[in-house]
Design a protein around this ligand. Structure first.
Ligand code: 13P
Ligand code: SF4
Length: 305
């Protein structure tokens, strides 16, 4: 009978034979973390995509992440671990809607959260991720910035960079936006000594009450380096499990049982196995025009971030 361990061993052997680099987002499961070359937040994944030397990159995460890898490494074969794994936020603004917004706000710099389609990125000036957003927005020359599509992340950035005028639009992550201040009240009541660590995709009524707001990697680093013994985690609930696993002497609690990303959960270890075997995943194909134009705003992000 196959075990997780021997499937992992076969993946490691096949990925070496076929010269494949595996990049996994932090929301992937522990069995996938263990066979990945790199695990991290969206910014870390973008940096690794530009650095990896293998001919093929397998991205375990969601579609916009695999598209970012392809744009940064057009000469490589890039596979998305599960063809149906998309980020619903990436679809919230169409190119036509953005064109109309640009007419309403002429002269504004358009900053897009990286959770957007490549097509939309061709119409934007710069991308940001949750870990790089504050620094990048602060470093932009323009005072006026149109920020799309996550108004919760946008509101958090606006509070950190009050000298900029950020115009926000309605949009955001359904999983993080499902968490409310009543969840905070309930969990603070149950665990009064715990630190509250949340992702900036959460509603302002949640981020306002946090001890720390940051990316998935930022949350994990904060918890590992803190002297506190217990933590309430306000991001996708896989991070609670990863922290429990890496810091068994501390307690981690999910801020809400509903903060679950069904798209991130689609990829299984067997999907990874089929990808490295050559029978699974989806190869990312983008037109040269889209790649060239979308790359500008990703490169600006990597330079400013
Ligand atoms: P990070 O950049 O923090 O990993 O966020 C990506 C994401 O999709 C969070 O929901
Ligand atoms: Fe998109 Fe939210 Fe899932 Fe992140 S957690 S991939 S923002 S739906």
């Amino acid at each position: 009978m196959n075990t997780i361990k021997n499937i992992q061993d076969q993946i490691l052997k096949l990925k070496k034979e076929h010269d494949i680099c595996i990049l996994a987002h932090a929301y992937q499961s522990q069995d996938i973390w263990e066979i990945a070359d790199f695990v991290g937040d969206s910014y870390g994944l973008s940096q690794q995509a530009a650095k990896s030397h293998q001919k093929t990159v397998l991205l375990c995460g969601v579609r916009f992440m695999a598209e970012t890898v392809k744009i940064l490494s057009p000469e490589k074969k890039v596979l998305l671990s599960h063809p149906q794994a998309g980020c619903p936020m990436a679809q919230q603004i169409s190119p036509a809607k953005l064109a109309a917004l640009k007419e309403t706000y002429p002269g504004y710099t358009v900053a897009a959260y990286i959770n957007t389609t490549s097509e939309l990125k061709t119409l934007c000036d710069v991308c940001v991720t949750s870990s790089s957003a504050v620094k990048i927005i602060r470093n932009l020359e323009n005072q006026n910035i149109l920020f799309i599509p996550d108004c919760n992340l946008g509101a958090w950035i606006a509070r950190q960079v009050p000298e900029k005028n950020l115009q926000l639009v309605t949009g955001g992550c359904p999983a993080h936006a499902s968490v409310h201040k009543t969840d905070v009240e309930q969990m603070r009541c149950l665990y009064p000594d715990a630190k509250l660590l949340v992702h900036p995709e959460c509603l302002p009524e949640v981020t306002d009450q946090a001890d720390y707001v940051g990316s998935t990697t930022g949350i994990m680093e904060y918890a590992k380096n803190s002297s506190a013994k217990s933590f309430i985690i306000g991001t996708e609930n896989s991070i609670v499990q990863h922290l429990q696993f890496s810091c068994p002497d501390r307690q981690f609690y999910a801020l809400s049982k509903d903060c679950v990303c069904s798209n991130m959960k689609l990829t299984t270890l067997m999907d990874v196995y089929h990808c490295v075997q050559g029978t699974g995943g989806e190869e990312i194909v983008l037109s040269d025009d889209v790649m060239t134009k979308a790359r500008r705003c990703i490169d600006t992000m990597l330079t400013l971030g």
